[in-house]
Design a binder for this molecule. Structure first.
Ligand code: TYD
Ligand code: MG
Length: 429
């Protein structure tokens, strides 16, 4: 049975299509030789597998290379593991290339850039006062060539950086540079290279605010670690989160500030909260535990009468489905007629909040906007809200509350003093 594969998205089918059933592009399906046959066209014979004692294999994780940038090391679990593949994603201009130079300054690196010239990278390194003794550089972008040359460097490199995956290409498959099939093929080759040569690979990938489904997100399955760099270019604070981590926990968060001399580490848990907090209607302060560390964010919600048959729901920084669920809870248990209102919900600072601790704060900001009444000054909300409107305890709640008290927050609303969303409503009378 021959397999037909789409050059654009990599979709495979048993028969040929003029239009790819998956990505809908035309004339992109090409025939691939049968997988079960070797290059001579003969059926593959039985191959004995090679068996090793796992006990004898040295754990790669024990060979971690700390980068010296504490916030980064903490997020990835202590340092870069040789032979691991890290995908670093973020919007253009957020600071990915800057971060790469800063974390690799003491590590032997081959830096492949399809985005910038050697002069530009040298300029940036000068600005960051990083000496480039440990960096090798190339602007050449064919993946087969990159891998062959990098393999030839043997012990001269510990990390290979591809900045960005959207600019490299494989000669072996068709499809435009940065098409999904190119991204997957180049990423697969990099993974094989990393494992074989025990060289860590850092793949930089641009994503847009909308998350660009067909972009680097499709690579998440291939790599060991996915790091997302978030923030708004207008604000200087950046949040780094591991959305996948084979060599560490995936819930640690790193915070950085982009300064004139590069990214600086930040440990203030209130960085994403406006300094002079005004208490306009629709705004609520929330506390969450990220990893073992309490962090505070502001949620804004805007509730406005709709002119549409299906009211609009626009969500940024929170899970869309979770917000829909909370709106249904508010509609039913608070009798807020949300079917007649558009709702916009946002986390300030261009960052996203994960987990359940934001639920109560979202409902507080929603009531606040609907009633056009600010939440009581200096109050903090943390709690999961269930489908029956009940408030539940969240991860490391005591720890977040203790930290909030230290920061001078006095009115703290959580499962201990708010049993359900109806009780929350009373704050706005
Ligand atoms: P960059 O790392 O090039 O972003 P990315 O690789 O994600 O596209 O950084 C982009 C921005 O950071 C750019 O607008 C300049 C700014 N910047 C600083 O503010 N300070 C610095 O020290 C450096 C190197 C960059
Ligand atoms: Mg860059």
């Amino acid at each position: 049975m021959a397999l037909f594969v789409c050059k654009n998205c990599g979709y495979g089918a048993a028969s040929w299509y003029g239009k790819c059933p998956d990505c809908a592009s035309w004339n992109t399906m090409t025939e691939r030789p049968d997988f079960a046959k070797d290059s001579t066209g003969k059926k593959e014979s039985v191959k004995k597998i090679s068996i090793t004692s796992l006990k004898q294999i040295k754990s790669q994780a024990s060979l971690r290379m700390p980068t010296g940038v504490g916030e980064f090391d903490r997020v990835i679990g202590g340092g870069i593991v040789p032979g691991s593949v890290i995908l670093l994603t973020g919007e253009p201009g957020i600071g990915k290339s800057t971060l790469v130079l800063q974390i690799l300054k003491n590590i032997k690196t081959l830096y492949i850039s399809g985005e910038e010239s050697g002069e530009q990278i040298k300029g940036r390194a000068d600005r960051l006062k990083i000496d480039l003794d440990k960096f090798l550089f190339s602007n050449d972008l064919q993946i087969e060539g990159i891998i062959e040359s990098a393999s030839g460097l043997e012990n001269k490199i510990e990390v290979l950086v591809i900045d960005s995956i959207q600019t490299v290409y494989s000669k072996e498959i068709g499809g435009a540079v940065a098409s999904v099939s190119q991204l997957k093929e180049t990423a697969k080759k990099l993974v094989t290279f990393a494992k074989k040569n025990k060289v860590a690979v850092v793949i930089v990938g641009h994503v847009t605010k909308e998350g660009e489904i067909a972009g680097p997100k499709t690579l998440e399955h291939f790599v060991d670690t996915v790091l997302n760099f978030e923030g708004e270019k207008v604000s200087n604070y950046r949040l780094m989160r591991a959305s996948k981590n084979r060599f560490g926990s995936a819930d640690e968060i790193g915070i950085f500030e982009m300064t004139a001399s590069g990214l600086k580490q930040v440990d203030d848990p209130m960085v994403f909260v406006e300094e002079k907090r005004r208490f306009e209607p629709g705004k609520a302060l929330i506390g969450v535990a990220s990893g073992k560390r309490p962090l505070f964010f502001e949620i804004q919600t805007l509730v406005t009468p709709t002119v549409l048959a299906y009211p609009r729901r626009v969500v940024k920084g929170l899970s869309y489905n979770k917000v829909l669920l909370l709106l249904a809870v508010a509609q039913k248990y608070l009798r807020i007629p949300l079917d007649r209102f558009d709702v916009y919900a946002n986390v300030i600072g261009g960052v996203s909040v994960e987990g359940t601790a934001a639920d109560l704060g979202l409902i507080a900001s929603l009531i606040s906007s609907f009633k056009n009444t600010p939440v009581p000054g200096n109050s903090l909300f943390l709690g999961e809200v269930g489908l029956l409107g009940e408030v539940r305890k969240t991860f490391l709640e005591e720890k977040v509350i203790a930290s909030a008290k230290r920061l001078g927050l006095r009115k703290i609303f959580a499962s201990g003093n708010i049993k359900n969303v109806q009780e929350l409503m009373k704050l706005f009378r």
